[in-house]
Write a protein of this length. Structure first.
Ligand SMILES: O=P(O)(O)OC[C@H]1O[C@](O)(CO)[C@@H](O)[C@@H]1O
Length: 548
């Protein structure tokens, strides 16, 4: 049986939270620190790789404990069990959601689909990934002219691109000699720009598409195949293509040798598939052992999530914090600010993972929800973002809870740079918390020799109210393992929020309409008839056609 439908607003914990919110909404975070002397310890969780400090939030012990009650009342414990066991919790597509089984190294795992355990299939594929990545990395996989592979091109979009792309970037420090490229956009300039400096003799393409029907991926794959055929013959193509798909027939039809097709299962959602063969580009880029470490990191977070009590459970706590701001403070977005350039693609990866999952306005009974669901996720690495959008975070009118992610050690080991980076990391959360009082501004301006009149004129602009909430996630070092933990933490956050919001997190019907209309417009280009469109679209289509 899939997840039970429970309207969160009818739960007693929700009602309790409403009343606590009314009592506490004007208490600042700094006042919470004064009222709760042990707040730092009580609002932090230390896990194997991370110290998660959530004390800088507009949350008291009382509201936190009511939030935990909300999780309990929502049936989260049972839902977690169903998620890991393989119940069809993706009810509208009648599928299990078992990406966690891809990183479960316990032979006795009970994860199963339709009564069949998935461990063996997962393990066999993992071996196939190992063999493939090793042959690319040790040079035994040869291209049509007998040369070893130097470049791997991942062709995919959405979940078949964002996760692997983000991880390959994030683990740049651990790269082998294989260079990895990602082609996703149907924009011909993207694919042609990506291959323009590549040598077809030494390039290997991975066509990653769960459905093998995605317009962007198939068109890009065809364009790249034509590029190969300018240099070699059809019978050599199999040396340059592998596919990852749940649709083996279609991949065969494209001309990919059966041996080079890796399975994707319908119980792994595209946006959670980087742990599967969709992560082949990762295994090629960083070597299989590092890919396995990534999986082990995720497995460690899975263990923590399943066993820690809710008040000490990192994914549960960060999910509850998100709900508190979205549904009680009406915050619309949340920012992800990693203080490492390696994680520059984390926010865009999380945008799909989170917004495609929890961007739903209908609950599990098919009714429109009466409360806020998925937040807008965005962000960029610090310190760059400090010089871009932090002004709005400090002094703007929006409430933006933010996750600050940093690591104690740098990878290249330059201590001076790392101290500079991390000084900024700590300073920003402190500044967001404390702001700058009129008193401080006045003192500062007096020291600069300003007159009283000048001080009064400048004061309103220079005061920061502070009280801006942040979670600090402080890791030991960015490694395959810690990255695996971090990604799994966010995956489980998304799951917890979906359970409490009583929505189906694992379908994505909302992206279909645009795809259908794009296909219809392609037909209209042939007939040159546009009047059945709305007036604005018809005018734009005509203007486009006239330029041809
Ligand atoms: O792997 P596929 O089937 O090509 O799909 C790509 C992406 O398209 C979507 O279905 C919709 O954007 C995503 O969920 C998915 O990750």
């Amino acid at each position: 049986m899939a997840l039970a439908a429970i309207n969160p607003t009818e739960l007693s914990a929700w009602k309790k939270l409403l009343s606590i919110f009314e009592q506490e909404k004007d208490i600042s975070i700094l006042e919470h620190f004064k009222n709760e002397p042990n707040r730092t310890e009580e609002f932090s969780i230390q896990s194997e790789e991370f110290l998660v400090d959530f004390s800088k939030h507009r949350i008291s012990k009382k509201s936190l404990s009511a939030l935990v009650e909300l999780a309990e009342e929502s049936g989260l414990q049972k839902a977690i069990q169903q998620y890991f066991e393989g119940t069809s919790i993706n009810a509208t597509e009648e599928r299990a959601v078992l990406h966690t089984a891809l990183r479960n190294f316990d032979k006795n795992s009970s994860a199963s689909v339709d009564g069949e355990k998935v461990y063996d299939a997962v393990n066999q594929t993992l071996h196939k990934i190992e063999k493939f990545a090793n042959s690319v990395n040790n040079g035994s996989w040869k291209g049509y002219s007998g040369k070893a592979i130097t470049d791997v091109v991942n062709i995919g979009i959405g979940g078949s691109d964002l996760g692997p792309n983000m991880v390959v970037d994030a683990l740049g420090f651990y790269h082998t000699h294989i260079k990895t490229h990602f082609v996703s956009n149907v924009d011909g300039d993207h694919v042609l720009e990506s291959i323009k400096h590549l040598n077809p003799e030494t390039t290997l393409c991975l066509v990653v598409s769960k459905s093998f029907t995605t317009q962007e991926t198939l068109n890009n794959a065809n364009t790249i195949r034509s590029w190969f055929l300018e240099h070699t013959t059809q019978d050599q193509i199999e040396k340059h293509f592998a596919a990852v798909s749940a649709n083996v027939d279609k991949a065969n039809e494209f001309g990919i040798a059966s041996d080079n097709i890796f399975p994707m299962w319908d119980w792994v959602g595209g946006r959670f598939s980087l742990w599967s063969a969709a992560g082949l580009s990762i295994a090629c880029a960083v070597g299989f052992n590092n890919f396995k470490e990534l999986l082990k990191g995720a497995e460690a977070m899975d263990q923590h999530f399943q066993t820690a009590s809710f008040d000490e459970n990192i994914p549960v706590i960060i999910a509850l914090i998100g709900i508190w701001y979205a549904d009680f403070y009406d915050a619309e977005s949340e920012a992800i600010i990693p203080y490492t350039q390696y994680l520059q693609k984390l926010a865009s990866y999380l945008q799909q993972a989170s917004m495609e999952s929890n961007g739903k306005g209908v609950d599990r009974s098919g009714n429109n929800v009466t409360y806020q669901t998925g937040s807008i996720v965005w962000g960029e690495p610090g310190t760059n973002s400090q010089h871009a959008f932090f002004q709005l975070m400090h002094q703007g009118t929006k409430l933006i809870p933010a996750d600050f992610i940093g690591f104690k050690k740098s990878l290249h080991g330059n201590k001076r740079h790392h101290d500079l980076l991390m000084a900024n990391f700590f300073a920003q959360t402190e500044a967001l918390l404390k702001g700058k009082s009129a008193e401080n501004v006045t003192d500062e301006l007096k020291k600069q020799g300003k007159t009283d009149a000048q001080i009064q004129a400048l004061l309103p602009f220079k005061v920061f109210e502070g009280n801006r909430p942040t979670t600090t996630i402080l890791g030991e070092k960015l490694s395959p393992k810690s990255l695996g933990m971090l990604i799994a933490m966010y995956e489980h956050k998304i799951f917890v929020q979906g359970v409490i919001w009583n929505i189906f997190s694992y379908d994505q019907w909302g992206v279909e309409l645009g795809k259908q209309l794009a296909n219809a417009i392609l037909d209209d280009f042939k007939t040159n008839k546009f009047n059945h469109h709305d007036a604005s679209t018809a005018q734009l289509l005509k203007a486009y056609q006239e330029s041809k």
